[in-house]
Design a protein around this ligand. Structure first.
Ligand code: ATP
Length: 239
């Protein structure tokens, strides 16, 4: 299990972004992390994948644990080796490289499994097979998101951290991404899903957390959050 406990994170010595956040990502589950802009969701993902330093954020209290052992001090490459992979918001693919070259870049953490992982990714994303020799920068937004997720899968992660995978995509494409997340999870990978699209996230998640200004304010099974009218209205902006 991947977890954070009582996590306090400060940016630039002044911005208290997380004020004691605890959450758990059990193996082979989908966990939704919801909340308004600036609530601290991306910061939780950065803490979990070792990326805080790059953004001038530091863990001031609490910590990140993997199977009960502290891992909060590890850098992203070391987190990847332990099976934690973060897909950043905004699909940061290498636009000048081909689709397959992008995927091979993702394979450096698990070089011996490159062939098997490539097969897995192409099975999940038939669109990427069609475009495999094409320049990644020419892919549509949805295809770029698929490539970003596919590249993360090339390291064979046990935990996949997804930051807003549906952002800016048309409803049909959002539905495709949703189904692929379910499939990835069915294959045994746990997913921590940060989403503005609360309905989509809660439909596929086992558990849900809602954050507000650096704190977790709701921690319940996803189906309960989705069914609760007050939660829907006050925390999720759904009607
Ligand atoms: P969004 O959906 O807008 O990304 P979020 O819930 O993911 O929101 P975070 O990005 O984690 O929220 O931001 C939490 C708080 O930390 C916000 O007040 C934000 O302004 C601040 N913050 C985030 N990154 C930095 C940074 N690199 N330097 C300074 N402050 C930051």
């Amino acid at each position: 299990m991947l977890a954070v406990a009582n996590l306090e994170v400060v940016y630039d010595d002044v911005v208290l972004a997380l004020r004691g956040v605890s959450l758990e990502v059990p193996d082979q589950k989908i966990v939704a992390l919801l909340g308004a802009n600036g609530a601290g969701k991306s910061t939780v993902l950065r803490a979990l994948s070792g990326l805080l330093d790059v953004h001038d954020g530091v863990i001031r209290k609490g910590g990140v644990t993997l199977d009960g052992k502290p891992v909060g001090h590890l850098r992203p490459a070391a987190m990847t080796k332990r099976g934690i992979k973060h897909v950043l918001e905004g699909r940061r693919i290498f636009k000048e490289l081909t689709v397959e070259e992008n995927l091979r870049v993702g394979a450096h953490a698990a070089p011996r499994e490159t062939k098997a992982n490539l097969t897995r990714v192409y099975d999940l994303f038939p669109r990427l097979v069609e475009r495999k020799d094409g320049t990644a920068g020419y892919l549509s937004g949805g295809e770029q998101q698929m490539l970003a997720i596919g590249r993360a899968l090339m390291s064979g992660p046990r935990y996949l951290l997804l930051d807003e995978p549906s952002l800016g995509l048309a409803p049909l494409v959002v539905a495709q991404i949703r189904d692929i997340i379910v499939e990835i999870n069915n294959q045994g990978t746990a997913v921590l899903l940060v989403e503005q699209n609360a309905t989509m996230a809660l439909q596929i998640a086992h558990h849900g957390y809602v954050m507000e200004t650096g704190r977790v304010v709701m921690d319940r099974p996803a189906a309960e959050l989705l069914a609760d009218d007050d939660v829907r209205e006050f925390y999720l902006g759904l009607h």
